[in-house]
Design a protein around this ligand. Structure first.
Ligand code: F0G
Length: 432
């Protein structure tokens, strides 16, 4: 039987309790599984046999690993779209630009609502049903709310989402409204909204589905399981991931340690967490030897990660220690240029996701990542999430950012002469 356990004082709580943090010490909770019982019984073959399954729940790229996600759950209660089964792209042009021989990107924007959040949401909304909750809520920079709105509707629950008042990407806002959640714009930033949603949900008996919820993180671990399975269980040297509220980084650390404990992998990859310069409290702490988190007022063009007080900081620190990880920061300029290059491969992603590529290049420049090391970057969200920023970048309309890789939008009259002039090639390749 799995159990909820405080990461600081180890106090345990049954999984039937509606609880997010330890009532004794305030520590974050982990969903802990009986790995001893699984050792030897759960093998790579267990998961390989389920590849290509057409049936619920194993057709999901999360529930394929059910024993490591939520082993005891009643399958009838699982809410799955199904999510996961995202592609792992090998992109040589980007590898060359970043300075490594082998660079893969796992595209989590290929999930049902266009971001990695669906992997956590299937776990969280399933637990809402286990607990018999009728309403689920989150504060969000946009993707969590899109995912929550969709999964709540799919499960027949009521969704409630809190947004910051400004700087929400159009695609994300549209999704939350379209899927029928109660969507509230609040005159506050993400960090304040997270406090508000926790307090109001506690008062009104609503289930909180931010990444402080341990069942969310269990689902998100599957990004690591799937990436490594796609590499035929060969462990890459580096996993590079954007960091905002640090749910993903925390989940990756936990999932990787579990794979290693079960003997499914023979070593751990190193984790590199990349933050935006204007929203880099983990990076600042890392510079000081991870002494403590000092919350900051966040600001970045990558609105998904505009977070100054990441709730999962302690778990991210644990993940960094377990994987000999590193933290780096990248500027908005670096983010947007990296995004333009990812987009131009035809793969595409939203701005926050491009931290991965910008981060790899920076870490290679610094000699932290070696050229011959195998790197897997995570693209966290779909290119269509934030369309406005794309048009503005390529039109060179972004404040304080120069488009180094613009794809100009032409206008022409309906004349063959004008069209011919435009179509006479003169532009050099972006990657030259
Ligand atoms: N990338 C994207 C596209 C995101 O939406 C987020 C987080 C992150 C990266 C950072 O992930 O929080 O696990 O470190 N978005 C949250 C939201 C906060 O509300 O959608 P993290």
């Amino acid at each position: 039987m799995s159990i909820l356990q405080c990461m600081d004082c180890a106090r345990q709580y049954p999984i039937t309790e509606v609880i997010y943090t330890c009532t004794d010490c305030g520590g974050l909770l982990d969903l802990v599984h009986d790995l001893d019982h699984m050792r030897g019984r759960i093998t790579r073959e267990t998961f390989d046999q389920r590849l290509g399954s057409l049936d619920s729940p194993y057709f999901s790229g999360v529930w394929r690993y059910k024993e490591l996600i939520y082993p005891d759950v009643d399958e009838a209660l699982i809410v799955t779209r199904p999510e996961g089964n995202t592609n792992l792209y090998r992109l040589p042009k980007l590898a060359q630009w970043a300075g490594v021989d082998r660079l893969y990107f796992k595209h989590e924007g290929e999930n049902p609502t266009g971001s990695f959040k669906d992997r956590g949401m299937t776990g969280g909304v399933t637990q809402a049903r286990v607990l018999g909750m009728k309403r689920v809520a989150c504060a969000s920079t946009g993707n969590t709310s899109a995912s929550l709105a969709a999964y709540a509707a799919f499960a027949g629950l009521e969704g409630v989402v809190f947004f910051q008042n400004t700087q929400i990407a159009a695609g994300k806002l549209a999704q939350a409204i379209a899927y029928g959640a109660t969507a509230i714009r609040i005159d506050a930033d993400f960090d304040k909204n997270l406090e508000l949603v926790r307090e109001v949900s506690n008062k009104l008996g609503i289930y909180v589905l931010n990444s402080v919820n341990p069942f969310r993180l269990e689902g998100q671990k599957s990004i690591m399981f799937e990436a490594i399975q796609q590499l035929r269980w060969q462990v890459p040297d580096w996993i590079v991931v954007p960091g905002g509220n640090l749910g993903n980084s925390s989940a990756f650390g936990k999932g990787l340690v579990e794979l290693h404990t079960l003997g499914l992998i023979d070593r751990l990859p190193r984790l590199a967490i990349i933050q935006a310069e204007g929203a880099s409290p983990l990076y600042q702490a890392y510079q000081r030897g991870l002494d403590r988190l000092e919350p900051m007022k966040a600001n970045t063009i990558a609105t998904a990660i505009k977070i100054g007080n990441p709730v999962n900081y302690p778990k991210a620190v644990r993940a960094l220690h377990a994987t000999d990880g590193v933290v780096e920061q990248v500027s908005d300029q670096e983010i947007m240029d990296a995004k333009a290059l990812i987009d131009a491969t035809g793969v595409g992603c939203e701005p926050a996701s491009a931290c991965s590529l910008a981060g790899v290049r920076k870490l290679v420049d610094q000699g932290v990542i070696r050229q011959d090391e195998v790197v897997v970057g995570i693209l966290t969200g779909h290119v269509l999430k934030d369309p406005e920023v794309i048009i503005d970048y390529h039109n060179n309309d972004l404040e304080n950012i120069t488009a180094h890789y613009p794809n100009r939008l032409y206008a022409a009259e309906a004349s063959i002469e004008q069209l011919s002039r435009i179509l006479t090639p003169e532009n050099e390749s972006l990657f030259a």
